[in-house]
Design a protein around this ligand. Sequence first.
Ligand code: TRP
Length: 489
Amino acid sequence: MEERERWGSRAGFIMASIGAAIGLGNVWRFPYICYANGGGAFLIPYFVALITAGIPLMILEFALGRKAQAGAPSAFARIVGKKTEWIGWLSLFAVMLIFLYYPTIMAWSVNYAVHSATLRWGTDTQNFFYNHFLQTSGGPGILGGIRWPILAGLAVVWIAIYLCLFKGIKAVGKVVMWTVTIPWAILVIMVVRGLTLPGAVDGLKFYLTPDFTALLKPNVWLAAYGQVFFTLSLAMGTLIVYSSYLPKKSDISNNAYIASLANCGTSFFAGFAVFSTLGYLAQSMGVGVPEVAKSGLGLAFVTYPTVIRLLPFCAPFFGILFFIMLLTLGIDSAFSQVEPFVAGFTDKWHFSKKWALPLICFFGFLVGVLFTTRGGFYWLDIVDYFTCTFGLCLVGFLECVAIGYIYKARKMREYVNEVSEFKIGKWWDVMIMIVTPAILGISFVWELIKLVQNGYGSYPRWTSFVGIGILVLIIILSFVLAKTKGREE
Ligand code: TRP
């Protein structure tokens, strides 16, 4: 077998993990999920999810990857047993669904970077986004033709992803040094401006006031766990493959703490920019914060442009900078979504990466065309919801069961502690074996029942069946792939 590539340094690995973690998930997805689930009501489940699932599962995935020295499917097959290989494939299909739509958000950002030059969105950013930019159709049943500017953006994004990846894993470590640090500086500017807007306080109240009744809602829990998985790039095979490039003797738990706290800190921080702006908008329109904007995945493209317009000087300049930042944040996440997918196939069949890579990028672009149509916005929403809320939570649940019960949590913990500065205690076993699977299991089943009864959001019922159908399909495909013989066997 050829020698695996290695990270240039420990910092390279941490930065790459943080780079994979920090992305549109922090700046675009976190605020919208938080807003849709009641602001402060969401934060408690979110932090609980971070502590009970985020950090423990990150440790688990690092350990699994390092021990197996392989991508997700082979890692499960080698370490836990051939019968669990399908969990690895399922995680790759989950990440595949994500890399099919994630670049679309980046394609919007490409367009918004261009619109920044003239602040084209004017004062009614919401109207501009939905009616002028997306020109959304009447519903998911009507695709209504392609929006060419978005398609052009998508092509640019995929070419960029390809170019970054084909340089190999060492180059990734170098690129992310920049894609992680510069965005933070820009985010600070946005937060400061947001906080100094009139009405900002109301937005912050909505963001930070906890609502304990929400703790009784399974959908908020599922959304919180889904967001934690998404934002930390967990349950998708990414971190397994990243840590498989780690040299044998390197720390696990410390890296996991640093990456997950840095990441969630960033989301929390970005929330200040978005919610203070919502407070401002609410005040100027004379409505409450919960009603001021359409909740949903357009939120970031309504609030950030508002702040940009209100910057006291050089607004177009900062606008361009902000959307370029979204792109740099997204690009390292996007290529680390493609990477584990490629690694999964090349590990099993020893395909040449030279061919796998351009093929997968092209496939990603082709499917992405769906999301650039006028009805594409709705599909993006539906796929995002099903993948993150159900898909990721399912994979997370299965990982806990496979390692906790089949492999045995204690054995894995001992392995982690052998190489880590920070020793993890028995609490880890409790999280992996009991707390996380229990919360995920209960809310998953509950939500699924409600979904079958009522459908998702205000979409027609049949869309839920398409969503569930896709999930069932990838589960079947995972089984099939796990059953087919690879080159090693
Ligand atoms: N965590 C990334 C973000 O917050 C998104 C993401 C999802 C991702 N899945 C991934 C990144 C897999 C890398 C690999 O934007």
